[in-house]
Ligand binder design. Structure first.
Ligand code: NAD
Length: 352
């Protein structure tokens, strides 16, 4: 047995097909009546639909959320909140748009209703990462956690298949690392394994018919469950490495998760054989790291850091940055071990 601490993250979740039409009712349920709508250029049809559903509840709209939540953008949008006396933000988009909603909420106290269009899971975590002067800082607070999440399978179905693949593996990474987290616990274990099983069904379905709502529903469900895992326990080596590769080497968020995950799982596997056996069982494979690698390959996802634009000459620096501070991980994190792992991810060899 092991000790743990578990904090439930309270949020109202509406899940299904066509659920976006409930957005006005959900805003009123929070006692709010002046909405700033946040959208983005790739989700304009979804944001337009939400705008129509909000009707007179909407007082302003902003369509320019940017990756990594720059404080300069947040400050610009804060003016919309004050000028229009908004008391709620409704965000339609991926983790970047959710990040902007969180940044506004923690500064002003506005309520948040989030309609996710990717599988990043940020909508159910109390965490916010922001960048200023090229430095990304992360903080957590109950004020950051969105009040209401509306998962509409039709909204995420518009995510192009290559992005859906990497975003789903981003979700998979939250679930995998939650299973061997320092504060892993029975609730997170149950959610994590269900999320992994759901991704095991949803990823292959994308290759058969990317618009199939059953497969998309499996992935969106997994996004929620994995997001709850991410918001409930601390993550380990995989998330640390992806943070370094994204923050210091500008690699794309979800694609980096996709390349790294099988290699970090292979690194940690000797220290958590029971966790890996559980993952292998729900995926119906012999080896969890190899099974995840094969799932990514057959879905057409990226497998090498090289193809994401990483330079081989920067691998030493990345390994140094990922090992300069200690953090919980089931297997000891050493420079030599991480450097070897990065080399394997760089060339994309199938884990042994
Ligand atoms: P994103 O929100 O930046 O979206 C990626 C791209 O996909 C954008 O260009 C967006 O416009 C487009 N897009 C989104 N949905 C689409 C759709 N349905 N159809 C077509 N295009 C669509 O990326 P993301 O991976 O969702 O989120 C990444 C960001 O979220 C990172 O900054 C990451 O740090 C943050 N994040 C935070 C947490 C947290 O708990 N705080 C968790 C996960 C991710």
């Amino acid at each position: 047995m092991h000790n743990f601490v578990y904090t439930a993250q309270p949020a109202r979740v509406i899940f299904g097909v066509g659920t976006a039409s409930a957005v006005g009712e959900e805003v009123r349920r929070l006692g709010r009546s002046r909405v700033l709508l946040l959208g983005g250029e790739h989700v304009r049809p979804q944001a337009d639909l939400v705008e129509r559903a909000l009707g007179s509840l909407q007082v302003a709209r902003f369509d320019g959320a940017v990756m990594h939540t720059p404080v300069s953008v947040t400050e610009r949008v804060l003016k919309y909140v004050t000028e229009h006396q908004a008391d709620a933000v409704v965000a339609v988009g991926g983790g970047s748009t959710t990040g902007l909603a969180k940044a506004l909420a923690v500064r002003t106290g506005v309520d948040q209703v989030i309609l996710p269009t990717t599988y990043a899971g940020s909508e159910v975590t109390p965490t916010l990462g922001e960048t200023a002067d090229g430095v990304k800082t992360t903080r957590s607070s109950p004020d950051i956690l969105p009040e209401t999440v509306i998962y509409d399978v039709e909204f995420s179905a518009g995510l192009p298949v290559p992005m859906a693949v990497t975003s789903a593996v981003n979700a998979l990474a939250h679930a995998v690392e939650a299973l061997y987290a320092e504060h892993a616990n029975p609730i997170v274990d149950a959610l994590g394994l269900q999320a992994i099983a759901s991704i095991g069904r949803g990823l292959p379905a994308l290759g058969v018919d990317g618009a199939d709502l059953e497969g998309r529903s499996d992935l969106l469900l997994a996004a929620w469950l994995s997001g709850v895992c991410l918001g409930s326990v601390g993550m380990a080596l995989h998330h640390k490495l992806c943070h370094v590769l994204g923050g210091s080497f500008d690699l794309p968020h979800a694609a980096t998760h996709t390349v790294m995950l099988p290699h970090v799982m292979a690194y940690n596997a000797p220290s958590v054989p029971g966790v890996m056996a559980g993952i292998a069982e729900v995926l119906d494979v012999d080896s969890a790291p190899v099974g995840v690698y094969d799932l990514i390959v057959s879905a057409g996802g990226p497998t090498t850091l090289a193809e994401l634009g990483m330079r081989e000459a920067d691998l030493d620096d990345a390994a140094r940055r990922a090992t300069e501070k200690t953090y919980p991980n089931p297997r000891e994190v050493t420079y030599v071990g991480v450097r070897r792992l990065l080399g394997e991810a760089f060339s994309g060899a199938r884990p042994e």
